[in-house]
Design a protein around this ligand. Sequence first.
Ligand SMILES: [Ca+2]
Ligand SMILES: [Ca+2]
Length: 255
Amino acid sequence: MGGYACTCDRDFTGNNCDVKISECDSFPCRDGSVCLDFPGGHECVCNNGTASQNCGGIKEYCSSAPCTNGGTCVSTLYNFTCHCPTGWEGMRCENDIDECTTQPGVCVHGSTCTNTNGGFICTCSVGYTGNTCESDINECLDLNVCENSGTCINLNGTYTCQCSTGFTGSHCEITIDFCANVTCSHGRCKSLADGFVCSCAQGWNGTYCNIDIDECDAHVSPCFHGATCINGEGEYTITFVSTLKRVPIIKKRFI
Ligand SMILES: [Ca+2]
Ligand SMILES: [Ca+2]
């Protein structure tokens, strides 16, 4: 039993630190340059006579345009890194990001998300617009949205119409029939802009033409010289005596 452990210097390994490590074993030198190992490091002697850590390896990695889908290649000492544009991921930006899954709720206001290569599409609910359906549509910019001089009021995700007198409906498209629930007893109803009027038959009066006119009243009486007048509903009766025939003559008038 018993044992030991050695903590090796950078360039050695093994139980006894007797195995030499050469940084050149990982072939860091590019373009046929020569690798020189030395304690604690290495150096590449380049073909043009200069020396560096890799002799052009940096440019070489990105010159092959390894990044796809518009990714930006950045060289590192022994490799490259792709900085991917929005919507892409992966070592070479080769994978589309499914935003609908990874960013639930990216489409707002009840819109529907559809994944696409390199992006996503939001199909907006009625009343909203924008890439993520974030913006309310001002429907009132369309001056004709409310009919018959109705006033448009924009709301978040919708709008409403305040109708002028005499009109109703979501867009004030319906002319109110004020006669719909009106009965003119003895006349005809006429719908106006803000109400109704009953045009009464002769002999009738009142808002609903349900009041009999007393034709025997002094103002409208057709009776004279001792004749008698009897008012009835929608009618009146005159009785008088003929001066020639001396007999009563009855005239009943219907209006
Ligand atoms: Ca996508
Ligand atoms: Ca709106």
